[in-house]
Design a binder for this molecule. Structure first.
Ligand SMILES: *[C@@H]1O[C@H](CO)[C@@H](O)[C@H](O)[C@H]1NC(C)=O
Length: 664
């Protein structure tokens, strides 16, 4: 009981430490809410736009930019009102894809490619709108800085449209508003801890009022489409916990277009958001992700016909074939629920046909004699919807709110760890006080050891695991350290930039006037670092340490018993050396023999060997994770960060060493 007081103080000290408030400085947020407006005339009430996403123009994969020539040719046939590029313009990765940096050459390539597309596609350059994706901010310390090539080479920069919100209006018999949102980080953390969109209260409010603006100032109905890089499932909430979904639904937008998730899992990530905006009114909108240009060469044509939104996706691996987009009646799988009073049935069928050839028949028979029919789709004439069911992978990626999911995964892991550390300690403490544990453990007849119930072994494992005070204290200190103190240091923003610290709650980055950002950045993005470490390293380290100590105790117990029994049966010589092979006592023992006997002693029983193997595997996983971090944030600072890099190895090695049973 001697350690009761220090132990309590120790925990209290840490709890006090956990409460230290952090200052709430935020990086310059002037451009959080800035809006740039553009307006273009439109004839009639049908408009169509082209979207491409995730180009990932790369120094090492020149074909991605080269094949954008196909887009130029396609645009000549499509003649869209707008071209939207929804982020991840450049790849910004090294050749091995292990680390990230901005590469000016990739941006120059982008600019040249766009100029070529403008030339071959015949599109007015001012009708091209591009926004940043997370790759475009990898390692960009601040917006407008020298590494922010978007602000020099993007189309938006050439037209001085660098606001985070771009509002575009097509004005004709109706008005169609397209609103682009750039939610990339202000301080661009390098790969991998940069994969969420981060909004602010100010920006969400600005989006709300901009979506309201044309509804107030237009005397014709306005249909609204919003576009951005990040899906809602990868967008973090604002400081006050606000989210876009309610604003977008409240403003009755038709659809939110995004990219980011590529087409690896599915080309059809469609999500229907239905949000209660007032007591008795629900509003809804669609979220349609577009797969990548990078590998899939996807392109979307989206049309609005008298307010009805429809789209078709094409793979541009070859030149665009004739494309048939039926804009009315709408596809029942992707249409918006309309108020039944407002629903007016039209008795027309509208089709947009984009072709390089002359169209000679509505079957669409082109001048090469190729007969093309439209995609089959279940039309909705009366406004009935059919929401398609999607596979669970789509659900996981596109409908799970990853910000919330992270909190669940993180805190359940930490709660488990804390229970694992403290409950057996408390149990042990109480049992030891009545000193019944010793008697209980020793009183077991050896013949029945094997027949013990599983719970016995669980309690045994936990109790014996926590018995080593130095290890238990080290592990508790370590876990508390991980909760509140920096995990490691690294070049979080640019390759040779200043050293930042990563905490469980995000990065603390030095800012240009010398201080540190009070707010932790890149949360929940750090989940790609924290979750693998907590699940694959921290928990296994604790469990294995317990295992090694419990195994030692078991062998000890068995040995003791055997000696007792064999004394009884006067058979000492046959039984006693069973525990471990005794090193040869020859006075001239060779060095090699000595080594072998040390190894045998170290490896011990089969259980111990299995545990040691598990330790090696855990150490290997840990080193693998560390080496990934080293290539991402710099070898030296990460390697010199003991909390992350060295403590788990020390704990495992120390436990393996301290649990060697010495013969004799
Ligand atoms: C639109 O009109 C409403 C009511 O007339 C007003 O409260 C709101 O501030 C206006 N919003 C904008 C952005 O003009």
């Amino acid at each position: 009981m001697a350690y009761d007081l220090p132990f309590t103080l120790f925990v209290l000290l840490f709890l006090v430490l956990l409460q230290t408030p952090s200052s709430s400085w935020r990086p310059a947020d002037d451009d959080d809410a800035s809006v740039s407006r553009s307006a273009f005339p439109m004839e009639g009430d049908v408009a169509w736009v082209v979207q491409v996403s995730d180009l990932h123009i790369s120094t090492y994969n020149p074909e991605r930019a080269a094949e954008l020539a196909l887009l130029g040719t396609a645009l000549r046939a499509i003649r869209p009102h707008l071209l939207l590029v929804t982020g991840d313009i450049t790849d910004a990765k090294n050749q091995q894809r292990t680390s990230s940096r901005q590469d000016e050459y990739e941006w120059i390539t982008y600019k040249k490619t766009i100029d070529a597309i403008v030339g071959s596609g015949g599109i007015d350059k001012s009708r091209i709108f591009d926004i940043r994706g997370n790759h475009d901010t990898y390692g960009v310390p601040y917006r407008g800085g020298k590494l922010d090539f978007f602000s020099t080479y993007s189309v938006n920069s050439q037209f001085k449209r660098l606001s985070t919100i771009s509002s575009i209006l097509l004005q004709g018999d109706r008005s169609y508003q397209f609103l682009g949102i750039d939610d990339t980080m202000n301080v661009g953390i390098r790969f991998p801890a940069n994969l969420f969109g981060h909004s602010t209260d100010k920006r969400i409010e600005a989006v709300n009022s901009e979506l309201q603006y044309w509804t107030n100032h237009s005397n014709v109905p306005v249909t609204k489409v919003v576009f951005g890089h990040f899906p809602m499932s990868f967008t973090a909430s604002s400081e006050k916990g606000q989210r876009y979904e309610s604003v977008l639904a409240g403003q009755s937008i038709s659809a939110y277009l995004c990219g980011h998730l590529h087409a690896k899992v599915s080309k059809q990530l469609w999500r229907y958001h239905e949000i209660r905006t007032t007591e008795d009114h629900k509003s809804s909108f669609w979220e349609w992700e577009l797969g990548d240009w990078k590998d899939s060469r996807l392109m979307r044509i989206l049309a609005i016909d008298g307010g009805a939104v429809s789209f078709i996706d094409h793979t541009l691996k070859h030149a665009l074939q004739t494309s048939i987009l039926i804009t009315y009646p709408t596809d029942s799988r992707s249409m918006n629920m309309l108020d039944s009073e407002k629903w007016s049935m039209r008795n027309d069928i509208n089709v947009l046909i984009f072709s390089h050839q002359f169209i000679s028949n509505v079957f669409v028979l082109d001048s090469h004699g190729v007969k093309i029919s439209s995609e089959q789709r279940p039309f909705s004439v009366e406004g009935k919807m059919a929401i398609p069911t999607s596979p669970w992978t789509n659900y996981l990626l596109f409908e799970v709110q990853w910000e919330g999911m992270y909190q669940v995964l993180l805190w359940s892991n930490l709660a488990f760890t804390i229970v694992l550390l403290f409950i057996p300690k408390l149990l042990y403490h109480f049992v030891r006080r009545s000193s019944s544990y010793q008697r209980w453990a020793v009183s077991i007849p050896s013949s029945s050891i094997q027949q013990r119930k599983p719970y016995f072994w669980l309690v045994w494992f936990l109790m014996e695991g926590t018995r080593s005070k130095p290890f238990w204290f080290s592990m508790v200190t370590y876990v508390l350290w991980l909760i509140e103190m920096p995990w490691f240091w690294g070049h979080a923003t640019s390759e040779n930039g200043e050293i930042a610290q990563m905490y469980l709650s995000g990065w603390s980055v030095p800012i240009h006037d010398g201080g540190l950002t009070g707010n932790k950045l890149s949360n929940p993005d750090v989940l790609v670092i924290t979750l693998p470490f907590l699940y694959l390293v921290l928990v296994p380290v604790i469990v294995l340490t317990y295992g090694l100590f419990a195994e030692k105790a078991t062998v000890f117990l068995q040995h003791r018993r055997r000696v007792v029994y064999s004394l009884d049966s006067t058979n000492v010589h046959a039984e006693s050396p069973r525990l471990l092979p005794v090193a040869p006592r020859a006075s001239l023992m060779k060095f090699a023999d000595k080594m072998v006997s040390m190894v045998i002693q170290f490896c011990g029983s089969w259980t111990r060997r299995a545990l040691l193997l598990a330790c090696l595997i855990t150490a290997a996983i840990h080193l693998k994770l560390c080496s990934k971090l080293m290539s991402a944030y710099g070898t030296v600072p990460v390697a010199l960060s003991p909390p992350l890099t060295w403590i788990p190895l020390l704990l495992l090695g120390g436990a393996a060493y301290c649990t060697v049973l010495h013969a004799d």
